[in-house]
Design a protein around this ligand. Sequence first.
Ligand SMILES: [Fe+2]
Length: 372
Amino acid sequence: MAANLESLKHISPDSGFPITIHPHFSPRIRDHVPPEPIREEIIPEKDRASFADPEKRALFAVAKPVDLTESIGTVLENVQLSQLTPQQLDELALLVNERGVVFFRGQDLTTDGQVKLFEHYGILDRHPAQKDARHVVIRGSREDHREINKYTPWPSGEWHADTSFEINPPSYSLLRMEEHPPVGGDTAWVSGYGLYDTLSDAMKKFVEGLHAVHTSRLQYDTILDLWGAGPNRPPIDSHHPAVRTHPVTKLKALNVNTGFVTGFAELKKHESDKLLDFFNLHLHSADDHSVRWKWEVGSVAMWDNRCVLHRVIPGSYEAPRRGIRTTVFGEKPFYDPSSEGRAERERRLKKAATNEQSDNSGVKENPINTPA
Ligand SMILES: [Fe+2]
C-alpha cells in the first residue's frame, strides 16, 4: 500500500480502510500552483525517418534484425547504438515506424550519449513530473496497482502512449535500463496498426469519425497525491483523432489508450463509457499484435508512440528497477482519410504483384478450375 496517499489519513470507522478523497479535499492537489503555463502547439521538423533509405542498407550492413512476432517488435543484434552514424539513425527511425518497437541488448550507451543520440530525432520533450530537462528516470513501483486504483484516479498500469494528452505528444521514446531485477518488470507493447486492422469495417468507419479525449488530469492528481511531487504544468485535455495517420508510413493506427483516454468527444456519456469498455477488451486481448520484453541491465527499447501503446507488467521487484527515458516531440496527431490500414496495404501490394506476374507470364490464368 502506498505510504504517501492522502486517503490513508482518513480511515473509515466502519471498515477500518481508507476513504477515497475527492482531489479538491486533498490539500496537496488543491493548493498546488504549477510553475509553467500550458503548452502551445509546435510544428516539429520533418521526421528523420523520411530521409531514410527504405531498404535500410547502411543499418543492416552492421546490424542483424530478428523479428520477435509477425506484427510488432524487432531485436537488432551485433550493434552498439553509440556507434551509429546519422544515416543509420534515420534508418533506425524508419524501422521503428514500421515495427513499432526495436530492441537492443548489452548497450554501452551513457545518459549523456542517449540524450545526444535522441537530439538527432528532434526537440527533447519533458514529462509534467520531470525535473531534469533532458531525461526522465523510470523507477519500478512495488505498489499493488489494483489497490492504488481505489484511491488515485489514474490507472498507471494501463496501456498508454507516453503523455498522449499533450498537444504534441512524443513521437519516439527510448528507454535504457541501468538497474533491473533478474525477473519481473517486463514491458509489453501493442501495435496501433494491428489494433486498427482487427476492427470490423463498420467499426473502423465509426471510430474514424471520433476524437478521443486524452487527459492528464488523473495523472496530475496522482503525481501530487501518490508520488508527492509537483507537476510542472496545469492539467490538460486534448481531443485527438481516434484513428491517426502516421506521417511517414501513411498508415492508420488506433489512437485510443486506456491509460489517458477518458471518453469520446462526439458521444454521449453512456455511449462513450461502453465504447471505452470495448477498447479495454480490444487492447487487452490483442496478443496477436503485442510483444513482451524481458529487460536486462544495458537493454534498450526504442518505440514510436504514434503506432504503439505500451505498459509495464506490474511486479513486486525484489531488486531496484531504474531506467533512463528520453522522448522527442511529435506532430499534433492528424487523420488523413486517404491513408490506409496496414493489412489493407499488404493486400493491395500482394494483388498488384500477382497481377504483374500474370501480365508478365503472358498466360491468362483461368481462375475457375473447370474442364476445358
Ligand atoms: Fe510509458
